[in-house]
Design a protein around this ligand. Structure first.
Ligand code: ADP
Ligand code: GLC
Length: 480
């Protein structure tokens, strides 16, 4: 099949979170199965400057209709691996910036124009380059208008650009809601401005457009497909999602084992396997040393890697300041995000410098070291569409401590709920819940035999795309 993906992030070229990993690894897994894969991403500075993209060839310089003006763009392409072609939709005014969406303080004010332009650029490129796709698979709100724009262009030009459209929800909390006055930039028929179209409380919602107008919908875990039909997790769109329940499926993301594998991970100071964990202790010592702790420290080490936002439950950890003060343990957090939470963690680390450390930066290789070098991986998310870190942690022999939401339910088994299959510790989404998880972790750490049993069980999991990719093939097949 010829499968076109359109997304605003793609590892290793542009990444703010799991979207980049998920899109890249799904595309690669599909290519390995023999499909012809095209991935469209905006030509952000980080992408254009990446060594892989330096050789990119310019294929087109289309004029994109944006309301009553035409804006010029450039379509470049390169092939990072056999079977995959990455197309960049470029326009420096929109994409030659330091960050994809804005700063941690504020989103860019023209994000609606940037992503309308991106979607229209994809449609024009598909039309002019005659990329006849079996399926176009759009990811998250940035591509939410694409199914509509695609069908609209087909009608206008009497073409078929893609047989079918699939829309993936990676995170319903981010919806791409903008003032309705920007709708005219889409050149879509005015009747779509209403409640049966993109209207969401008087504004234009790009996420809603994707939810309503793609042929099929996917979430990144089965549990999340159920959750987003409820007010608690639907962020106001649960009703819309529920109307599409028959077209919705949840498929648990896989992880890219070429990148996340302790046996081959060249970002680590030492590799290790299930048969020989020596390297894990080297990683642990290095992690502690890098954060100013005694490398030989024998007590429990908690690690955390995430966007520092309310979604990730950072405040639930901060509410447990007393635990970290009282107990003998170490906590290393790697993350960037909301100032208030960064400050909270900085304050915690400042007041407990012998126990808590914060690396307030984006650092790919440090994220591998925290995953490998910790004993426990803390992930108390309020909601988690899939979550990748809990899977990375398990295959690195690091026991995940998670809430019972979304993909965390589908990928972690609590070791008390099921002593024969358990790979982690789970708890309720509250400060008390997190505390109970931390206390259970301390107990487990004192019982080395049990700890190692659970660690090894996690490491035996594969979490690769092997099964999930078949789920996507089935979905694409059914759609086609
Ligand atoms: P989300 O997409 O909601 O942020 P995921 O668990 O799906 O959550 O994926 C997060 C990804 O981002 C993981 O690959 C994680 O390692 C990475 N990540 C998050 N924060 C950082 C950071 N500060 N430095 C490096 N990688 C990070
Ligand atoms: C989103 C979600 C995360 C998921 C990722 C990849 O960013 O927050 O849970 O793992 O997308 O699908």
């Amino acid at each position: 099949m010829k499968i076109v993906h359109a997304a605003s992030e793609l590892y290793p070229y542009v990444k703010t979170g799991g979207l980049a990993d998920a899109v890249a690894s799904l595309a690669n897994a599909l290519a390995e199965r023999g499909h012809e894969i095209v991935v469209f991403v905006p030509g952000y500075r980080s992408v254009v400057e990446h060594p892989d993209a330096r050789e990119a060839t310019t294929l087109l310089r289309p004029k994109i209709e944006m309301g009553d003006v035409y804006m010029s763009g450039e379509v470049r392409a390169f092939s990072p691996r056999p079977g995959v072609i990455v197309y960049l939709i470029c326009r420096d005014e929109f994409f030659d910036r330091r960050q994809p969406y804005g700063t941690s303080e504020r989103d860019y004010e023209d994000n609606h124009h940037r992503f309308i332009f991106f979607c229209k650029g994809v449609v024009e490129a598909m039309r002019l380059l005659r990329i006849n796709a079996d399926v176009i698979h759009c990811h998250d709100w940035q591509t939410g208008l694409l199914p509509l724009l695609l069908r609209h262009a087909e009608q206008r030009h009497g073409d078929v650009l893609a047989m079918h459209t699939v829309f993936s929800v990676h995170n319903l909390a981010f919806q791409g809601v903008f003032p309705m006055r920007s709708f005219y930039r889409t050149n879509l028929p005015e009747e779509l401005m209403g409640i049966d179209g993109v209207e969401f409380y008087g504004q234009m919602s790009m996420m809603k457009a994707g939810l309503l107008f793609a042929d099929r919908l996917v979430t990144v875990s089965p549990r999340y497909a159920q959750e987003i039909q409820t007010p608690e997790f639907g962020f106001g769109l649960d009703g819309v999602v529920a109307t599409r329940a028959n077209d919705l499926i949840g498929l648990l993301n896989g992880i890219d084992r070429a990148i996340w594998n302790p046996a081959t991970d060249n970002l680590l100071p030492a590799c290790y396997t299930i048969d020989d964990l020596k390297g894990k202790w080297t990683c642990r010592a290095e992690l502690l040393r890098r954060h100013g702790f005694d490398p030989e420290y024998p007590g429990p080490v908690f690690g955390m890697v995430c966007r520092l936002t309310a979604q990730k439950g950072v405040d639930l950890v901060l509410a447990n300041r007393e635990f970290f003060k009282r107990e003998d343990c170490r906590l290393v957090v790697l993350g960037t995000g909301e100032i208030k939470l960064v400050d909270g963690l900085r304050d915690l680390a400042g007041s407990l410098p012998k126990k808590v450390a914060l690396s307030a930066k984006l650092d790919e290789s440090m994220s591998h070291l925290v995953t490998a070098g910790s004993d426990f991986f803390l992930m108390p998310s309020r909601f988690e569409p899939c979550g990748l870190n809990q899977m990375y942690a398990q295959v690195y022999g690091t026991i995940p401590l998670t809430t019972r939401v979304g993909g965390l339910v589908d990928s972690v088994v609590d070791c008390e709920d099921d002593p024969d299959r358990g790979t982690g510790i789970q708890f309720a989404t509250s400060p008390e819940g997190v505390l109970s998880g931390l206390v259970r972790a301390l107990e487990l750490h004192r019982n080395t035999a049990k700890l190692v049993r659970i660690q090894l069980r996690g490491m035996r999991h594969d979490f690769s795309w092997k099964d999930t990719v078949k789920g996507y093939e089935k979905l694409y097949d059914e759609t086609v």
